[in-house]
Design a protein around this ligand. Sequence first.
Ligand code: PLP
Length: 619
Amino acid sequence: SPLYGLDRWGAGLLDVNDAGEVTLRAPNDGLPTSLPKVIEALSERGIAAPFLLRIHHFLDQALLQLHNAFQSAFQSTGYQGVYRGVFPIKVNQQAEVISHLMQTGLPLHYGLEAGSKPELLIALSQPRSPESLLICNGSKDESFVRLATLSRKLGQNTVIVIESLDEFDVVHKVSTELGIRPLLGVRVKLTERVTGKWQESSGDRSTFGLGAHELVTLIDRMKAAGFLDCLVLQHSHLGSQVPDIIDIRRAAAEACRFFVELTAMGAPLTHLDLGGGLGVDYTGERRSDENSVNYTVEEYCTNVVETIRYAMDEAALPHPTIVTESGRFVVAHSSIFVFNVLGATLYDSATKPDTQEGDNHLLHDLMAVENYIDSNRFQEALNDALYYRDELRALFRRGQIGLAELARAEQGFLYLASRFKATARSRDVTGDAQAQLGSFVDYYYGNFSLFQSLPDVWAIDQLHPIVPLQRLNEEPTRQAIFSDITCDSDGKIDKFILADGASDALPVHDLKADEPYHIGVFFVGAYQETLGDLHNLFGDANVVTISLDGQGGFNIEHETEADTIAEVMSYVEYDPRDCLDAFRKTVERALAAGQVNTAERRMMIAAYKDALAGHTYFD
Ligand code: PLP
């Protein structure tokens, strides 16, 4: 459906079929798979929405696209070095994702980046190509450094990236004790600042890395300690979701300057690691703002490779191995969050109230507005309707009209709202009327927790493409925002991407009785899964990984069932058995007091037990 701009942001992964269903493109031009059919088939197997749907093929495609883009850039620029990508585990730590990436990445010598001890343990447990890298970033204590250093004995290319002068002292001590020469890197703080949501994490006031003075001190210390020959990698993290390619070029050029200078000081650098920054075009607008980027992955790679080649050629240095830690680009597209709509509060009414003779004249005036909506007095009609309704509310507050009359006024206004909306559909609405009508949106209630499943939408206003997954061959007649099922008014989605830009409401269809209405939130594979929290004790939704069979169907590759209520209760230190016992005693006392009979007792205990074993979302 052109309305939602799916062809623009769909990244060549999604389409709409003749039946009006969103489809997933299969590998090798196979037959696409309909998303509503996947939902139906999963539901038959007992896996109901809300769930996170991961598509293996989308994961593979992004990884291969990144790798191939570097290979093409090498060819077109005559670059002599190689690319060794690593996946930053923090972007998606799920075992199933990491192991699939490692499998696909094996022939590409794809490696991992660990930013903490748990991530290091994960990285060390993964089968990898002997040529792949394991980059260790973040703050490291002795045991972190010990494990990383020991892994050199296994032939692993574990690079300990020194983030501070103190960290070198730890590395020095541990490797001397163990008698193992480590592979070292140094995190260089660039002075160039990049734009975008994470601009604070760039530039000389960023929290990580060494500035020029500390770098020189480090090199002197390493030289004195006989460790300079271990320094093989320079890490210069460019940021995350960098929207402007010019920032990437500038930052890469500065990284090269450090590389050249550090080499001149005797560091035998062979690897230049540019960290993260490669962005995802969530809106498909291809522009340098917070949710979009003004470049493609191919352009990113060409810019980076070209910049490094010029700088190295100028300094007569061999072309280094290029490393990037592009996590968001690799995993964002691979997951879709699907939820069902439970119901709606509509901001209109098909029924005209029966006004009564004794009703206040303002109510009669309100209903008379209907007579001039269709004319060129549309704006005037809107102004009047809002005025009369607000005056009637004021009369109620002052005790001058009763509840029944206020109810007629409210319903009368909603009746007019439906007339305004219908008229607006067939004409161009501008000026105040546009904003006034914008507030006449419907609330659709979604079976999900924003805080658990889409934390960045809540925390940093991340925009994800959101689309009804069915009926896209029908004109959507409503404009809605989505409210989740937490008891928190922040739990709503009210920013959307449409073909003509951002919008405060999503065009949706009228709900039909007995027909599910599913909404897809796209490109949620990066950062969302572990940042989510247990607000209101809504737990993890189901997670299902599928592969597309190219025949229009799919296979389930992996399934993680949603948290049960007993599980989320135990996360906050309740013992579900103790809770059941306590409830049982309360019911027993009620039975003894004659408040409930034995059948009711049985029913109550069964309901409590069933709920404990059930999921936190609506069944
Ligand atoms: N590497 C480091 C050191 C990071 O801090 C981050 C995230 O900010 C990344 C890689 C991932 O970057 P991206 O979000 O571009 O995948």
